[in-house]
Design a binder for this molecule. Structure first.
Ligand code: N7H
Length: 471
């Protein structure tokens, strides 16, 4: 079984959050850091702690009796992760983490494999990122909570533990605040689509999974368990940890909406708005409600969206080798191709990731809508966990989203093209956007999702924090 008291809470359960701060730091004084870290460990929320928090939240909701404006109970969750450079700084040998993406770091990987824009090549690649991410990042604190005051109090506590000013054992590089969107949009990302629907169900943890993709073994996400392809080669302290890929992704929402409007699909009795909505759904693979176009291709369906056993229970089975219902390049088909590969007997278990992102930035203003142009930074603090970055995040981005010939097909003439949401690369186009003629190719505008920073981290077990990192 899984030791839920030893695994950090964001990995398995997801820290409950309305707001979350990502606090990136360098270790300036390793000896003092190790001492301070011992006092920090009690703040860390385990998977078990999150389950208890969720119970308390549910109980509180019941007691509120579904009032018109429920109060939230103050709950904070703290997690911590280290980059390869952080382990090096602490003198910890992390070679048995094996993962080349982790050991290289994301700045160089961004040029070599992820397709980010920038200058220079190889180890000298400098991506077009925000300044703090061009520096060496050693670690990140993740602080989640129901409100800004609760989170800010925790941040102050953490800063006290590690000391302030010249006496500090850490140097803050940047703290980025994420916030879920207001009101009814709270579970939707900034383009407007419901997010957080399809995360892998984990055998032995998710006891009553809804219908959908086959549940996976814990080792696909957590090191040292069945399903971790390097299980037998890990050092003992790596067990119960997980790799974290972080990406700071800016979204150009008015520009995306304008593109959908300009290229709206046309059909009998279809308004321009309906044609724009249909095009958007075909680029994502889901309607804004979350309903998958593989099962409701021409109209949104709120009943399907509201049913946990239908919203994720689609497999492209009627569609392998075809893209009338859903384009090959649609974001959810690129990032989890389901039957496209499974019908050839290829398992997707090793490529599954657990996504834990949060939105950042304000709602689109009237001024931006009118100008069809972004004036305020907003987007997604993308985060995902996996037991291999090279099979998980990196693979999905490089070999699927950025690869115009994925999925590979023998029987159709169409080249799928790029994932229109996250795909990066020279030829920004995809086929299949028009259900009436899947061979038609749509030229896309410049990126609507712009990477401005990121790093690869390892989220150690709580035992590893005590035995290996703390002094
Ligand atoms: Fe994606 N979007 O709004 O269009 N994503 N994503 N993603 N994404 C998903 O099924 C989005 C990004 C995956 O299991 C949904 O939960 C945006 C990166 C995977 O069927 C929506 C951004 C990577 C899935 C979005 C972004 C992925 C997924 C449907 C950036 C990895 C699950 C909701 C700003 C490299 C696929 C859901 C499955 C779903 C959007 C980034 C991967 C709406 C806007 C960088 C694996």
């Amino acid at each position: 079984g899984l030791n839920l008291k030893n695994i950090q809470g964001d990995i398995l359960s997801g820290l409950p959050k309305k707001t979350e701060t990502w606090y990136f730091f360098q270790i300036s004084n390793p000896t003092k850091f190790r001492k301070d870290f011992r006092n920090f460990i009690p703040l860390v929320k385990s998977a078990d702690g999150v389950l208890e928090d969720r119970k308390a939240i549910d109980k509180h909701k019941r007691q509120q009796g579904g009032g018109w404006k429920p109060h939230l109970i103050p709950i904070a969750g703290v997690n911590v992760s280290f980059s390869h450079f952080g382990f090096q700084k602490l003198g910890i040998d992390d070679a048995k983490l094996i993962d080349t993406a982790f050991l290289t770091g994301q700045r160089i990987d961004a040029g070599a494999n992820l397709g980010d824009k920038g200058t220079g090549t190889g180890p000298n690649f400098v991506p077009d990122w925000e300044e703090p991410f061009k520096q060496e990042i050693h670690g990140v604190f993740i602080i989640a909570g129901e409100s800004h005051p609760t989170v800010d109090k925790k941040i102050q506590h953490i800063e006290q533990i590690f000391g302030l000013g010249n006496a500090s054992s850490i140097k803050k590089l940047i703290a980025i605040r994420g916030d879920v969107r207001p009101g009814a949009l709270s579970a939707h990302e900034h383009f407007g689509y419901l997010d957080g629907i399809s995360n892998p169900s984990i055998i032995g943890f998710d006891t009553n999974p809804p219908l959908g993709p086959a549940p996976i073994r814990a080792g696909a996400i957590i090191l040292g368990h069945d399903g971790d392809l390097n299980k037998d080669n890990r050092a003992p302290w790596m067990v119960d940890g997980s790799f974290l890929a972080f990406r700071w992704l800016f979204q150009k929402v008015p520009e995306f909406d304008d593109f959908l409007n300009r290229n709206a699909l046309q059909g009998p009795g279809m308004t321009r708005q309906q044609g724009a909505d249909l095009l958007g759904a075909r680029l994502v693979g889901r309607w804004k409600s979350g309903a998958p176009i593989d099962i409701t291709p021409f109209d949104d369906d709120l009943e399907i969206a509201a049913d946990p056993n239908r919203i994720n229970n689609f497999h492209f089975t009627a569609e392998t080798n075809f893209q009338k219902l859903c384009p090959f390049a649609a974001h959810v088909r690129k990032t989890l191709p389901r039957a496209d590969l499974e019908f050839r007997g290829i398992s997707l278990e090793k490529n599954r990731i657990v996504r834990r992102g949060i939105q950042f930035g304000p709602e689109v203003t009237k001024q931006e809508k009118v100008a069809k142009k972004t004036f305020h930074g907003r987007g997604l603090l993308f985060a995902c966990y996996q037991s291999s970055l090279t099979d998980g995040f990196q693979f999905i981005q490089q070999s699927w989203a950025n690869n115009p010939t994925f999925p590979p097909f023998e029987t159709t003439p169409e080249t799928p093209g790029l994932d229109p949401i996250i795909g990066q690369g020279p030829n920004r186009e995809l086929s299949g956007y028009d259900p009436n003629d899947p061979s038609k190719v749509l030229k896309l505008d410049d990126l609507w999702v712009v990477p401005r920073g990121g790093e690869y981290f390892f989220s150690p077990s709580i035992k590893a924090m005590k035995d290996l990192i703390a002094a």
